[in-house]
Design a binder for this molecule. Structure first.
Ligand SMILES: Nc1ncnc2c1ncn2[C@@H]1O[C@H](COP(=O)(O)OP(=O)(O)OP(=O)(O)O)[C@@H](O)[C@H]1O
Ligand SMILES: [Mg+2]
Length: 244
């Protein structure tokens, strides 16, 4: 299958300080790949460099999305192509609500309400984005924003950090839905059944069929929980070496 993402011999620096070198990774549609490594090895930096965020500077190598290099593109164009990012530590944006964001994306209010309820975030759509959210709520908010954008490639950084078992089950349900192209399950955070979300349409907030996932995770905590998330999936685990 034609690759969705190709990372070739990528070297990333901050100012003149090298951060990553010689990273190679190919992700096909529908695949899940997990990047592991001890704290500080550059997992988040890799994910943010793919998205084009500063201060991560690609000094050599290439990142191709659907066969074309995206290194010359600004962040918003990468997002429009279908690259989505969920931060490890999302910033709070007090003057932007999930509701305003959803409106800007052209999502109907009823759809947002359904998706927010499904993620247990119904009470958080009108306040500032991530403003005062608990750690787990921030993760769900990130997931909700991504589902609203419907990216083809989902870069999700430490999805398991700070979340409870129900949230992990929810994430698993979302991943399962993306691989099968069906609506994700249930209206409660602990949902694990396969019944479709009431009111959810196949062309709005549910993951696309064959969504690809690139997840970052630290060793001790991440290996077990992320591995269980992708238990029924194919894909690879890439280990970043500890930095000197
Ligand atoms: N914006 C930045 N400015 C300065 N240094 C940075 C910046 N971002 C990352 N670094 C440094 O780059 C290295 C890699 O950081 P990164 O956040 O990518 O690691 P990580 O593998 O995601 O770690 P963790 O498991 O703790 O999330 C660290 O030494 C970090 O201090
Ligand atoms: Mg990180």
């Amino acid at each position: 299958m034609k690759p969705l993402l190709e990372i070739e011999n990528l070297t990333v620096a901050i100012d003149d300080e090298p951060l990553l070198s010689g990273v190679n990774l190919t992700v096909a549609p529908g695949e899940i790949h997990i990047v592991f490594g001890p704290n500080g090895t550059g997992k988040s930096s890799l994910i943010k460099a793919i998205m084009g965020l500063p201060p991560y500077r690609v000094t050599s190598g290439d990142v191709r999305f659907e066969g074309e290099s995206i290194l010359g593109l600004p962040i918003d164009e990468r997002a429009r192509l279908g690259v989505g990012l969920a931060f490890q530590q999302p910033p709070a944006v007090r003057d932007v609500s999930l509701s305003a964001l959803s409106k800007a994306l052209g999502i109907e209010k009823g759809k947002l309400d359904d998706e927010a309820a499904g993620l247990g975030m119904g009470g958080h759509i009108n306040g500032g984005l991530n403003d005062g959210f608990s750690g787990g709520e921030q993760k769900r908010s990130e997931l909700l924003q991504l589902l609203l954008q419907r990216p083809k490639l989902l870069l999700i950084d430490e999805p398991e950090s700070g979340v409870d078992v129900d949230s992990l089950k929810l994430l698993t349900a979302v991943i399962d839905a993306s691989s099968s192209g069906t609506s994700r399950s249930g209206n409660e955070p602990s949902a694990g059944s396969s019944s479709p979300t009431p009111g959810a349409s196949s062309n709005t907030c549910t993951p696309r069929a064959a969504t690809s996932w690139l997840m970052g995770g630290s060793y001790a905590r991440g290996r077990r929980s992320i591995s269980s998330i992708r238990s029924q999936q194919t894909g690879s685990e890439t280990a970043l070496p500890r930095r000197e």
